[in-house]
Design a protein around this ligand. Structure first.
Ligand SMILES: Cc1cc2nc3c(=O)[nH]c(=O)nc-3n(C[C@H](O)[C@H](O)[C@H](O)COP(=O)(O)OP(=O)(O)OC[C@H]3O[C@@H](n4cnc5c(N)ncnc54)[C@H](O)[C@@H]3O)c2cc1C
Length: 282
């Protein structure tokens, strides 16, 4: 497979050949992989929760088999499952000057991406399907694969998620304006995943460390929260069942307009990302 920077110009997303430049832990459960490569100067983000596809070699292989070009997905699906590259969804934590940071949760040896991230070393290769800064829409503020979008009249926001959403939530929090009013809830596996940072005065972050047996404390914390009056906005991401419950609470119990709630099922307990998707709840 070869990826060039010119084959699909001016499309929102393009495949980029990437090489691992650095690997370092960020907290107890995540590892930051910094990718580099000649073409990565063209990677951009259209929002702080910019999703990308990461293609990885299958276990024991180094080749990454992924078709490129406009019909890449159909051709990828046609490849035998045991031959095509592993494809997973991740968030750009940062993109700068030919480098892209992606924070991978190490959730054990049970998934190919987590397994890869647990053993990755500089020099390893991957392919990223990521926003191409040359796409003209980005200059006009178009978002592609980025969902965080509080309406201009939102007086407050709730931002909540688990460790898979930590990269996106970190980006969201860093981009909040100085006068933002936000309640941020983060559920992580370990105390060592906390990241303390300077915050605008109206922003309050609540860290929750998951209990034994995967017991979630996130819903209880959001339920117990006192939220300001006025029109709000919510961005929720993490395990699919968890975010559905959070959204139901905000819409049904709190009366938040469902159009003002983004909810992203970032993973599903007991199911690989390769499993067929359930239709989204409306
Ligand atoms: C828009 C979007 C953005 C995302 N951004 C990130 C990101 O920046 N960083 C990140 O780490 N993840 C992120 N994710 C989640 C990531 O895609 C999934 O966790 C993915 O399933 C990991 O692939 P895998 O090969 O390790 O496991 P899979 O092969 O998909 O799953 C194998 C098993 O592991 C379980 N599993 C999967 N993820 C987890 C987990 N986090 N904790 C415990 N068990 C798990 C599954 O339920 C399954 O039983 C994002 C997902 C989406 C949709």
């Amino acid at each position: 497979m070869s990826v060039t920077t010119t084959e699909v110009e001016a499309q929102p997303f393009r495949h980029f050949a990437a090489e691992v430049l650095a690997v370092r832990p960020v907290g107890a459960s995540l590892v930051r992989v910094t990718f580099g490569g000649a073409g990565l100067r063209d990677v951009t983000t259209s929002g702080p929760d910019q999703r990308i596809k990461v293609f990885l070699p299958r276990a024991g292989e180094t080749d990454i088999r992924v078709p490129t070009g406009p019909d890449w997905y159909a051709r990828y699906r046609e490849l035998p499952e045991d031959e095509r590259a592993v494809m997973r969804t991740y968030t750009i934590r940062a993109a700068r000057d030919g480098e892209v940071d992606v924070d991978f949760v190490l959730h054990g040896d049970v998934g190919p991406a987590s397994r890869w991230a647990g053993g990755v070393t500089p020099g390893d290769r991957a392919v990223l399907l990521a926003p191409d800064r040359r796409y003209p829409g980005y200059r006009d503020g178009e978002r592609v694969g980025a969902d965080y979008a509080p309406p201009p009249d939102a007086a407050w926001q709730v931002v909540a998620g688990d460790e898979t959403a930590l990269p996106a939530i970190s980006g969201i929090v860093e981009a909040l304006p100085a006068d933002a009013v936000a309640r941020v809830f983060l559920e992580v596996p370990a105390e060592g995943d906390r990241v303390d940072r300077a915050l605008p005065p109206g922003v309050e972050v609540t860290w929750l460390v998951r209990g034994p047996g995967d017991a979630s404390a996130l819903t209880a914390a959001v339920r117990a929260a006192t939220l300001p009056d006025g029109p709000g906005y919510a961005w929720l991401a993490g395990e699919a069942g968890l975010v559905r419950e959070l959204r139901r609470h905000l819409v049904t119990d709190r009366g938040l307009d469902r159009r003002r709630v983004y909810f992203g099922g970032y993973w599903r307990r007991g199911q690989s990302e390769d499993a067929p998707q359930e239709p989204a709840e409306d």
